[in-house]
Design a protein around this ligand. Structure first.
Ligand SMILES: NC(=O)c1ccc[n+]([C@@H]2O[C@H](COP(=O)([O-])OP(=O)(O)OC[C@H]3O[C@@H](n4cnc5c(N)ncnc54)[C@H](O)[C@@H]3O)[C@@H](O)[C@H]2O)c1
Length: 260
């Protein structure tokens, strides 16, 4: 195996995933970017290359088991190993529970929950093959919505509660293989996800653009919404040897919104 450790991050063409990939690159990992959106994926890969990062990219849909296994294979074909796998990609759905259709429910659970299951299976299979020496890390995107439930975000909250549960079960099953499984739980970050949530909530609540976002962020103890770097700093820790003794945790990184 090559000496440089390798981190794979899904949904890293944009948003929090891109911020996490940047931080892990700075920490010295070779980076495998992955996204369903070919344009942002290409642009981000070019940006990383220009910055001198050892980077590969893979276009795939995290909801598809074969894509998650192909992503891990791509990482191995390119860099020879996988040390850290971040199940970051996720989507939201803003609607009252009474309006949710079967297709809405399936869409969110396919991308937010099946992705974590399939990503964990693919990463663990490779990490088990590698064996020996270091502790491998699977890191999942949960949310304050994995600890608390919010109106108009019911299916999203249910999906993130499921991610928290999968994190604990995977931690219990994989510890014997020296694989830890933890999750990061962001609060409110002004990514494209929140642009969409703000617009959709506006339709239900008759709010102006930006108002729902402001309302949701108003009570944050640290006095501001978060930026990708805030979340990336926690993932940096979870990906590092400093967190080798931590597993099965879903850690809140929200500036002071939800207290557990
Ligand atoms: N933004 C927030 O405030 C916030 C808060 C809590 C949790 N989160 C979680 O953090 C993660 C990242 O959120 P974000 O705000 O960066 O979202 P985002 O929408 O800004 O970015 C998500 C990225 O994932 C990609 N993606 C979407 N569906 C995919 C699929 N099926 N396969 C592969 N890639 C796919 C998108 O193309 C995009 O590049 C998500 O899991 C989200 O639920 C975000």
């Amino acid at each position: 195996m090559s000496a440089q450790k390798v981190a794979v991050i899904t949904g890293s063409g944009d948003g929090l995933g891109k911020g996490i990939a940047k931080r892990l690159a700075k920490d010295g990992f070779a980076i495998v970017l992955s996204d369903i959106n070919p344009d942002t994926l290409k642009a981000t890969a070019a940006e990383f290359q220009a910055d001198g990062v050892n980077v590969a990219s893979f276009q795939g849909n995290v909801a598809k088991r074969e894509d998650q296994f192909a992503l891990v294979q791509h990482a191995v074909d390119t860099f020879g190993r996988v040390d850290v796998f971040v199940n970051n990609a996720g989507i939201e759905d803003v609607m009252a529970l009474e309006d949710v259709t079967e297709a809405d429910f399936d869409r969110v659970f396919d991308v937010n929950v099946k992705s974590v299951l399939f990503g964990t299976q693919a990463a663990a299979a490779q990490m088990k093959k590698q064996g020996g020496g270091s502790v491998y890390k699977i890191i999942n995107a949960c949310s304050i919505a994995g600890h608390e439930s919010y109106d108009l975000l019911g299916v999203y909250c249910a999906s993130k509660h499921a991610v928290r549960s999968l994190t604990v079960t995977a931690a219990k099953e994989l510890a014997k293989h020296q694989i830890t499984v933890n999750a990061y739980c962001p609060g409110v970050a002004a990514t494209k996800m929140w642009d969409r949530i703000d617009a959709e909530m506006g339709k239900y609540m008759n709010t102006q653009p930006g108002e729902a976002f402001e309302k949701f962020s108003a009570g944050i103890l640290m006095g501001r919404p978060q930026v990708p770097e805030d979340v990336a700093a926690l993932v940096h820790y979870l990906a590092s040897e400093d967190s080798d003794y931590m597993t099965g945790q879903a850690l809140l990184i929200d500036g002071g919104m939800v207290f557990r």
